[in-house]
Ligand binder design. Structure first.
Ligand code: GRF
Length: 212
């Protein structure tokens, strides 16, 4: 399974995928290409350091979103991609992209959806005062963070947490969850029935994905 990773920022989730691939933990998934929309982002440096194929589609050169989407499709198409992983990719994808790749795009979001969609999810959770937050891997549809949930992992929110402390605790779980979901997809262990997504099998550690 050829996987494309799209990122915009620090790329720690990309790094988790790279490291998992290096340990043979993403099954038959292959990191075929990494695309970024921010030319100097750390994610691009991580991809290059891992000798992955990369491309840059700088959104600032595409004032019309549809043209940005088309440029992304054109950059991805030669790689015969089966799965697109949004790993901290900070642009919304519209119909021009989803008409081509819809159903095989996943995103990781740093909250337990449907709570706290959109930006600054960790800040939203801390300010709201919830006692649990976490991360969600979901299929991408036209809405913001609204596609069917594949897997979630929860963390406690502590009384003295600031945004950064909560974000760091959630990131630890993101780095476990995302490679596990990529593996499950590559191994054909994910089935969707409308919004209900079923994942069979287990984590490398033996815990059940469904229990997360
Ligand atoms: C993560 O918290 C992810 O859930 C969100 O953006 C952040 C990206 O972090 N979508 P990184 O670039 O993977 O370090």
């Amino acid at each position: 399974m050829n996987v494309a990773v799209l990122a915009s920022g620090s790329g720690t989730n990309l790094q988790a995928l790279i490291d998992s691939a290096g340990r043979g933990e993403i099954g038959p998934a292959r990191l075929a290409v990494v695309g970024v929309n921010v030319p100097d982002c750390r994610a691009l440096a991580r991809a290059r350091a891992a000798n992955l194929t990369t491309f840059v589609v700088d959104h600032r050169q595409y004032p019309v979103r549809e043209e940005f989407d088309r440029a992304l499709v054109a950059a991805l198409d030669p790689h015969e991609i089966h799965l697109v992983v949004l790993a901290g990719f900070m642009r919304l994808l519209g119909p021009a992209f989803l008409d081509r790749y819809g159903g095989r795009v996943i995103n990781i979001h740093p909250a337990l959806l449907p709570a706290f969609p959109g930006v600054h999810a960790q800040r939203q959770a801390a300010s709201y005062g919830v006692k649990l937050s976490g991360c969600t891997v979901h299929f991408v549809e036209a809405g913001v963070d609204s596609g069917p949930v594949i897997a979630q992992a929860a963390v406690p929110v502590r009384d003295d947490d600031d945004d950064a402390a909560l974000a760091a605790r959630i990131l630890v779980e993101e780095h476990r969850l995302l490679p596990s979901v990529v593996r499950a997809l590559a191994e054909g262990r994910v089935t969707a029935d409308g919004r209900r997504v079923r994942v069979t099998g287990s984590w490398p550690s033996g815990e059940s994905l469904r229990s997360m």
